[in-house]
Design a protein around this ligand. Structure first.
Ligand code: PLP
Length: 400
């Protein structure tokens, strides 16, 4: 970093450890740093750049939107917003869409919607949200309370009331929390941040039945798993289980900040005017690009590629585990949301990978998380696996 840049970066409030790379260009699966070095991007801006960088269809959509009003607020109709909502409704279980700007905003809106739905039908005691240990739903007070991760809650005063967590996969523990104070159950079909753990399809089916029996709504957080990440447009489609409410963000905008809450009509129609609101949600720039993202993800063969590349990566990752069991212990995840449980600290392995030109991230439970753009091909899988093999060999050498 030059001195001038170091001085400028000192003005940012610290909240995340940043790698000392400033990307100045991106094309497809590749990023270029200001030092000219190229990196294979298996982070995708944390499951955002599902179409890769600088996708021509997205660039064109954004350029066209830039010529029109950038923002009109939610006091007026927006054709781009209505078009995207209609498409999302057409493609999913949902009938109505509420737009916001991020994953945590979608969590906030989904939780409010579930509680308000119970309230509007006279179930005023039903405020409890049952979530899972190891989950992540964002950094607002409610989202943090839902996940219940003490480390993230520390230092912020009293925790929002009405949230409990049970062990993922334990249907009895979940059932025990479903009573006449429960508003909704909230979960990610594949826990991302918490350690890349895919919930079994059978478990999701049991959860749906349990929610129906108890009069609780089911909310799926598809912020990380949605928009093709697991090989279906939304991960819950693998199980055949549909939620009542779904949170979407990240990949939906392909890099434009956007979030959405999708809901069945029966739920959405009980929301009175003023139950929630925002200034930017459904902004024309973001919704135009999001529609273009859907064009790309839904093009024939696109999701097939995700399934094929996932199978290939999983096979190669298993070989890596067999070859370097002290470094990599287990392969986790679904589609192109994959994880390698590590022996040595996952963070140090991610740094070693970066030094070899491969960007990967970490997740809870000491997992190395792989989130490539969904457009990867065999060549990118080969390059990534080569880098990870070198990382593993080096880690073995260091430990010896
Ligand atoms: N939900 C899940 C499953 C996530 O992975 C994230 C972010 O990583 C969020 C919610 C919060 O999204 P955002 O960072 O856009 O607030």
């Amino acid at each position: 970093m030059t001195d001038a840049k170091a001085t400028e970066s000192a003005h940012l409030v610290r909240f995340a450890r940043k790698a000392d790379i400033d990307f100045i260009a991106g094309e497809g699966c590749w990023l270029t740093g200001s030092d000219g070095k190229r990196y294979l991007d298996f982070v995708s801006g944390v499951a955002v750049n599902n179409c890769g960088h600088r996708h021509p269809h997205l660039v064109k959509a954004l350029q066209a939107a830039a010529e029109k009003p950038w923002h009109v607020s939610n006091l007026f109709r927006s054709g781009a917003q209505e078009h995207l909502a209609a498409r999302l409704a057409d493609l999913t279980f949902a009938d109505r869409v509420f737009f916001c700007n991020s994953g945590l905003e979608s969590a906030e809106a989904a939780i409010k919607m579930a509680r308000r739905w119970q309230f509007e039908r006279g179930q005023t005691r039903r405020i409890k949200i049952v979530a899972l240990h190891g989950s992540f739903h964002g950094r607002s007070f409610a989202a943090l309370a839902a996940a219940g991760n003490e480390e993230y809650l520390r230092g912020f005063g009293p925790k929002c009331e009405g949230f409990v967590q049970v062990a993922p996969g334990d249907i009895e523990a979940l059932r025990a929390q479903l009573d006449d104070s429960t508003a909704a159950v909230l979960m990610e079909p594949v826990q991302g941040e918490g350690g890349v753990r895919a919930l079994a399809d059978d478990y999701l089916k049991q959860v749906r039945v349990a929610c129906d029996a108890a009069g609780a709504l089911l909310i799926f957080d598809e912020v990380q798993t949605g928009i093709g990440r697991t090989g279906k447009l939304f991960a819950h489609e693998w199980s055949g289980v549909t939620p009542d409410i779904m949170m979407v963000a990240k990949g939906l905008g392909g890099g434009m900040p956007i979030g959405a809450v999708l809901a069945r009509a029966e739920v959405a129609e009980r929301m009175p005017f003023g139950w929630h609101g925002n200034t930017f949600g459904g902004n024309p720039l973001a919704t135009t690009v999001a529609s273009a993202v859907l064009d790309v993800i839904l093009a024939p063969g696109f999701l097939d590629n995700v399934v094929r590349m996932s199978a290939l990566l999983i096979e190669r990752m298993r070989e890596l585990v067999a070859q370097y069991p002290s470094v990599f212990q287990d392969v986790r995840g679904r589609g192109l949301l994959l994880g390698l449980k590590c022996g040595p600290a996952a963070g140090s392995l991610a740094e070693r990978a970066r030094a070899r030109g491969l960007l990967v991230l970490t997740a809870g439970d000491n997992v190395l998380r792989l989130l490539p753009p969904l457009i990867i091909g065999e060549a990118e899988v080969d390059i990534a696996m080569h880098a990870l093999r070198e990382v593993a060999a080096e880690a073995v050498e260091v430990a010896a």
